[in-house]
Design a protein around this ligand. Sequence first.
Ligand SMILES: [Zn+2]
Length: 607
Amino acid sequence: MSKFSAKLTPAGFSFNLITDNNEIIATSQVYASKGACLKGIESVRTNAPWAKLVAEDLFAERVIYGNFYTVDKKNPKAEAVAIFGGHFIYVGDAEGVKELIGENTKVERYEGGLIIPGMSDGHCHCSVGGAVELFEANLLKVFDVDEFIGRIKTLIEKHPEYEVYQGFGFLTVKEVFGPFGPTADMLDGLSDKPIVLADMGLHSYLVNHAAMKRLGISKDTPDVSDGIVVRYEDGTPTGWFREGAMAYIKPLVGFTVEQYKEGFLRYQEEYLAHGMTIFMDAIINWDYTDNEVLALHELDKEGKLKMHAYGAYQVFQAEGHDTIAEVEHAAALRERTKGPMFDLINTKIQLDGTISPTLGTAYMKQAYCDPESQKTGNRGQLRMDMDTLTAVYRRSHELGMAVHLHAIGDGALAMALDAIEKANAQTGPCDLRDAVAHLEVVDHADIPRMAKLGVVASTDPFWIPLPPELEPIQNYGLGKERTAAMHPIKSFFDEGVVVSSASDYPITYPAYALEGIQMGVTRYQPGRPDSLHCPSECATVDQMIQACTLNAARQFQSEDRYGSISVGKEADMVVLEQDITACDPAKIVDTSVLRTMVGGEWVYTRA
Ligand SMILES: [Zn+2]
């Protein structure tokens, strides 16, 4: 006897009309619900009244009841979801899901709390961060030179086998090292082997004399166009290499593919436990090798990559670099390493530096306010000229890659937007989701331009708070007016810019998305209301959740795949112990993550 064979796939419900000898004579469209599919069968049945219905497989693998906040405008709340083949096949009320529960369907219930899509970090350095914790001296939050030295000593004692001792996270402020900054002399007597320490912003290296000797660095080592070799009056390098001058030190830094894998898995375990399922490693070649790309690619092939992983490959304009060849290398590397969970989706440009109380390197429209800068007109430092910048956008776009650009000053942002306009004029507009990261000082005139060009604002809500003890330091370099208006996150939303949320981990450490959501809303450090900074720019909880979910998916051109709890999307979600849309926003950080799901599988469950 002929039959209608209904079937369920991750895309939805469909049916075939099959003859006695098992020939498929008709295939239906894909229906969004079981009911619609059965109706479809009924309407066709008039032409084939003899066929019987075989529909025993129309059941979900998993049905979950709970308080769903979907981040899907068309269907913002739900009581139940059904999952099949790693995808949501139903998102709706509790009644409607019943017909999808069969004998083998796993049914789970979560009372109270809130279930939201998996959360993201739109700009971090996760494998480096993980590897730093495993293989380096952790110098974060060290304000005391003795402790600084002590931590390096501990690493050296623990690992006599290391050829180079690396550390991360020291503060460059004069309160720790004096007005001249850190010097190699401070590291004398610790080891005969090279010591290389990165500052907490990854914008400079401090090295010992052994490192300089190994690298052949001396008085005669030339200056670089995109950085600073800090020197004594007689020209001898002090051991502190800033921005582009870090290139001199790179031969001594970095990790093997195996170390990166280990470092990443450490990161993944911790961050899945905090509900995070998406990240962008914003300088995936920070040691100038492809090792981290290869590490993520290998983990992806081995099925060990549980987070949606993206990378940005930094390209340089400086001595010894062919910028466009680097863009092309990145695109070729992407082709070789793209997998189900990993995609080297961006090229990366570090256009300017950082805001620092003395001699800021972030590129401003107006000069810094410290006396030295006022005298010289210092507006910061650019690491790429306009022609090269435009060429990087153009070539990246031609190769299907978006550009992730570091801009802390308003001058750098404006320049990036100019370059995108120029590149688009040559190649035609594209929808690749270029992003600008950090955006600490922004000229409001540039915000509508970002919206028009479709440029994602990768913001750092973790960096918003400004405690009173730091305000004078910030004012000293930036001036009161610019300081007061930093991190205009609400304005980005108001002007229709796609806003994502980022931490810059391990520069922010730890860097859990819920904390970012809270700080985007309250604009002060948890527990420190006196660090409130520019309250007129407070975003809403809804906006910040969107920044961490759907907008991250948009940043990675994946809003069709995930980012909201919607039928047809991959089943990524986080079960939160409390409803963060209803609680006091200052208590969002106290929320426990109970479970995290990626692609229909629980990847974290609270013990
Ligand atoms: Zn970064």
